[in-house]
Design a protein around this ligand. Structure first.
Ligand SMILES: Cc1cc2nc3c(=O)[nH]c(=O)nc-3n(C[C@H](O)[C@H](O)[C@H](O)COP(=O)(O)OP(=O)(O)OC[C@H]3O[C@@H](n4cnc5c(N)ncnc54)[C@H](O)[C@@H]3O)c2cc1C
Length: 309
């Protein structure tokens, strides 16, 4: 793509942090992906809104990225603008009007958020500590673990539409469901979230967090790059159990493999490409379907590559 628009964006928003030809492998937990034409790192809702208005006026392709822990980025890279929130959208504070509420900007990591809550003796976010995403990615995906979900404690979400105008979702309007929300259905961008928690016993909160971290370490291949559970939980079963029963642990395509430790994770053994991962996902889906009649649906968001490749 002609790079004039990048010069125009720089001229219009001189304070906006930008990286041209930003390697997506550096910004995703899979460590896979070619360069994005331009990655921007807004530091405020206003900056995010200005970027959204710019991409709309220029009809540029764009994508939001938090910690990149639930995406598979294309080998050829991405056209247009990637708006990365994890680097700069970092404000996190106790709500002024409610001692049991916390307000976080979208780029705050779920781990930092849960530690912040625990330090204030607030219970309800212990489950989120080991999820390597951001508040924005966590809320749109309704991230969850060990019986907890964002839905249990996110009470208000402030978003921006593709035109850059503000829309807030209160309570039920957030439309949380298993790994989805009305916010992602509407295609809106999360700026900030208000969480309501409960007073708890600080020692018990710490103990629960230690216990969940130990369970993760024991069961999950945290030493290898991945995007967490590759597939959604199918009705009436668990993806990992179905993959294990199909004898697929260790199955490898190029540098991508079904984890030996947890069959629900596809891991990057080193040098895996997005094509390797996609081919492996197809193989797993075919074999599991043959054996159990169940179609596994990817939980990982597979990003579409460049239009002109
Ligand atoms: C080791 C490991 C363990 C994991 N364990 C869990 C787990 O226990 N439970 C679980 O649910 N997930 C788990 N995950 C997956 C992942 O961490 C979560 O889905 C997380 O919520 C994704 O957040 P993110 O910021 O990384 O989103 P990204 O991967 O950056 O983006 C995911 C999607 O959300 C969109 N998005 C990102 N930010 C915003 C925003 N501000 N507004 C609107 N849309 C946005 C993106 O465009 C994309 O479509 C795990 C992943 C790994 C690598």
């Amino acid at each position: 793509m002609d790079g004039q628009w990048i010069r125009d964006l720089r001229a219009q928003m001189p304070k906006l942090q930008m990286e041209e030809q930003a390697p997506l492998s550096d910004y995703t937990s899979f460590r896979i992906g070619g360069p994005a034409d331009c990655m921007v790192f807004p530091a405020s809702e206003e900056e995010m809104a200005s970027v959204l208005r710019f991409v709309r006026e220029r009809e540029l392709p764009w994508l939001l990225l938090g910690a990149g822990s639930n995406v598979l980025a294309p080998d050829e890279g991405l056209d247009g603008v990637v708006i990365q929130t994890k680097k700069e959208m970092q404000d996190l504070h106790a709500a002024a009007d409610d001692p049991d509420a916390i307000v976080a900007l979208c780029g705050v990591t779920l781990s930092r958020l849960s530690v912040f809550a625990a330090q204030r003796g607030l219970t309800g976010l212990e489950f989120a500590q080991g999820i390597p995403g951001t508040v924005g990615g966590g809320v749109v995906m309704n991230a969850g673990a060990y019986g907890g979900e964002m839905k249990d404690c996110a009470i208000q979400t402030w978003t921006l539409t593709a035109e850059g105008s503000q829309i807030s979702y209160l309570g039920e309007e957030q439309g949380f469901r298993y790994r989805g929300s009305a916010i992602s259905d509407d295609g809106n961008s999360v700026c900030a979230v208000r969480f309501r928690l409960r007073r708890g016993d600080p020692e018990q909160i710490q103990e629960t967090m230690r216990d969940l971290a130990a369970r993760r370490k024991e069961k999950q291949p945290l030493d290898l790059p991945s995007a967490g559970s590759t597939f959604k939980r199918p009705a009436g079963g668990y993806a990992a159990a179905l993959i294990d029963q199909a004898g697929l642990k260790g199955l490898q395509v190029g540098g991508a493999a079904v984890s030996e430790k947890h069959a629900g994770f596809v891991v990057n053994l080193g040098g895996a490409t997005a094509e390797d991962v996609k081919r492996l996902i197809c193989l797993i889906q075919e074999r599991v379907l043959e054996l159990s009649g169940i179609t596994l649906e990817p939980e990982v968001r597979i990003l579409r590559g460049r239009e002109n490749v």
